[in-house]
Ligand binder design. Sequence first.
Ligand SMILES: [Cu+2]
Length: 126
Amino acid sequence: MKDKTVTFLLIILVVGLGWFFIGNSSTSGGNSTNGNSASTNVQKVTIGIKNGNYYPNTITVKVGQPVRIYLDSTVSGCYRTFTIKDFGIVRTLPTPNDYIEFTPTKKGTFRFACIMGMGTGTLIVE
Ligand SMILES: [Cu+2]
């Protein structure tokens, strides 16, 4: 049972790395400011609450590079359960140190929202 879990995680890791390199090479033409290691390529975003909604309300990220989203201490209640339906993300972040990490695989304009849809915003992948 444990062996299976480890194998599964390894497969996820390999697939993830593969994606990362494919995504990186296909977009490398336009990016001159990127570092070379995976850690420096993570796009970190911290979202708070202003006037009853997520702020910043529009997030712009690059396709094929991991995105890490934090919710700061102004975010409470159901606003801490963050969803990006187009990427299959539904996650509760209990503290400001928790984060969602995913790699946007397609360009476009997507909606993010709290689980109940009161707080909403826009994710632009370019
Ligand atoms: Cu809500």
